[in-house]
Write a protein of this length. Sequence first.
Length: 235
Amino acid sequence: ISWPKEEIEATDIRTRKLLTIHRGFHLKSSSLRPYNWRKEGGRGLVSVRATIQDETRSIQEYMRKMAPQDKPLSEYLRQQKTENGEEEEEEEEEEEEEEGEGPPTVLKVADITKSYQWLEKAVLKDSTEALIMAAQEQALSTRSIEAGVYHSRQDPWCRLCKDAPETVQHIVAGCKMLAGTAYTERHNQVAGIVYRNICDEYRLEVHKSKWETPPAMIDNGRAMILWDFKFQTNK
């Protein structure tokens, strides 16, 4: 069956459009990454084009295996190879070029297995997954991207601190204007999980809600746990 390449690709494009409409895919994100396995940083989607290529390859391998026992089939394969040799080589090159990878910033500095554990668990909303992946790929419209990629502005500097280009990394962990507010709140939320786990370990009663600030001290005779407590040191 001859299925036009453009029609096959159009099917995958329609799928991504639907995902974008329902906030499951960021408009500027990589169009290849969603088709990777979740453990490799993708979304685990099945590409129509990749499925057809896999099935075609399996049939071709089976035909080559059976050809020595079937002369008409062997002759047919010989003719097909002569007619379509160049096309097959071009398709193989395209497949190699289109293999999806994780974002370069993650590949360079992070433990890939641990970095993608959150994707394997698949407990977040589709919209949340799409936003995080777009941020990893530097696909969000920060001032640095708008100035350096889209050329829609000239000023790439952070709108809060004005000290560095406004990149995703800077917003998440490098802006001095967020250090005492958003970063502290994020730190306390993570520390709160550790705090509640320690309380469970030592059978200390504590509020389970992550939104409630833990008491400054809690003690049951077996253990004492301090929260946000300042220690005076010699230096």
